[in-house]
Design a protein around this ligand. Structure first.
Ligand SMILES: [Zn+2]
Length: 300
């Protein structure tokens, strides 16, 4: 209520200021005031959105409580900070990336560690699940106020409880090798309402722990593992507005005309994509015979 009153006062003061602008007086002051007003409105919106995010589909028994939810694209993820906290205390060595791996989807990023190392939450949040999930082993899922969830898998030990409110850097468990894992590492998943995002599109896993932008628009490309390889970093171009996101989506599509001697594997390699991606995009089978002159949509 107090906040609403404050907003009303701000809006009426803003109107007075606008009248002053009409007279050509105090122009600079008014511009900075309107920036402040934008900030207040933005913060207010963020607070009310956070309340929704922190309560919706709150279920500690399942890994993905958003199975019934259908996400539309592109969508926006906003950050209050410009950095995250490293999930481990040592230098981050990425051993496997989000993407296509051995003909399967790898929906997280693997960071090397030694069993027993502390694993920390990368943002403030609330613990949604502490369980052993098939494949993931001992796992902690943390929900954050911007709607993102971060999942820490293959742990040897979990040290937080469901519904714990935690701040960035809080130790949530010890690193390990549980579940479907070869060698101790952290499998870090970043998701938004059940959609698994390529973590490298949002974050730089370097010593600076940078968030690539405070407003990031996510297109289908960044939630589709077969458009990425687990062995190399994808070419990252951040969309900070909806328009940019829509433009990027269009730019990535390219028509390729099949030439003599082409095979799906040659075309996939040349365009840094996978055979699976080409087949899905064009509704063809891996065994389909290519015709010379045939048009194929390839995603870069
Ligand atoms: Zn992994």
């Amino acid at each position: 209520m107090k906040r609403l009153l404050f907003l009303l006062i701000c809006i009426s003061t803003y109107q007075i200021h606008s009248q002053i602008i009409d007279l050509g007086i105090m122009r600079l002051d008014s511009i900075s005031f309107s920036n402040q007003l934008d900030m207040i409105i933005k913060t207010h919106q963020r607070d009310s959105l956070a309340q929704v995010y922190m309560t919706e589909n709150w279920d500690s028994t399942t890994f993905n409580p958003y199975k019934e939810y259908k996400q539309t694209f592109p969508f926006e993820v906003s950050f209050a900070d410009s950095t995250f906290t490293s999930p481990i205390g040592r230098k981050k060595v990425v051993t496997s990336r989000y993407g296509w791996r051995n003909r399967r989807a790898h929906k997280g990023i693997d960071i090397d560690l030694i069993t027993g190392d502390d694993v920390m939450t990368i943002f403030d949040g609330k613990v949604r699940a502490v369980r052993t999930f098939p494949g993931l082993g001992k796992t902690v899922v943390v929900r954050h106020e911007n709607g993102l969830e971060t999942t820490y898998a293959h742990l040897s030990k979990q040290v937080v409880k469901v519904n714990d409110t935690i701040t960035k850097g809080t130790v949530i468990g010890k690193g390990g090798n549980t579940g479907n894992s070869r060698g101790s590492h952290l499998h870090l998943i970043v998701s938004y309402r059940g959609v698994y995002i390529n973590p490298e599109y949002l974050f730089e896993f370097t010593e600076e722990n940078k968030i690539r932008s405070q407003d990031i628009w996510i297109t289908r490309r960044w939630v589709t593992p077969y458009l990425h390889s687990s062995r190399r970093q994808s070419n990252i171009i951040i969309a900070t507005t909806e328009e940019e996101a829509l433009q990027n989506e269009e730019k990535q599509k390219k028509i390729y005309i099949v030439k003599k001697g082409d095979t799906l594997s040659k075309i996939a390699n040349r365009h840094h994509t996978s055979i699976t991606a080409i087949c899905k995009e064009n509704s063809i089978k891996k065994t389909s015979t290519l015709r010379i002159g045939q048009q194929l949509v390839v995603n870069k």
